[in-house]
Design a protein around this ligand. Sequence first.
Ligand code: ZN
Length: 102
Amino acid sequence: MANLCGCGEIAKCRTSWTQFNPGRRFLGCPSFMDPTRNCNYFRWVDAPLPNRWYQGTMYQLHINLVNAQDEVVQANNQNSQTTFYNRVLIVLIVGMFLVRFI
Ligand SMILES: [Zn+2]
């Protein structure tokens, strides 16, 4: 049976990545960002993590993953910038040769 929130909508399952509840799933209102709804429906799906070691390890793994994903995005951006400037350079060099031989 689906859990309904205060608005009568089907509660959405999300995952918490806070320091004290990393990787812990919870149900919440699908429009919790909408201030006009003012729906505070919240319910944990998973039991709390057994101890601080699990909390710290799960949290650190998540932070490492987020940082690694940022680095991949930055590397891809840099790569596409480099590709762009390489193309500009090739056009300039070819252009210089053409101008020279005309
Ligand atoms: Zn709601």
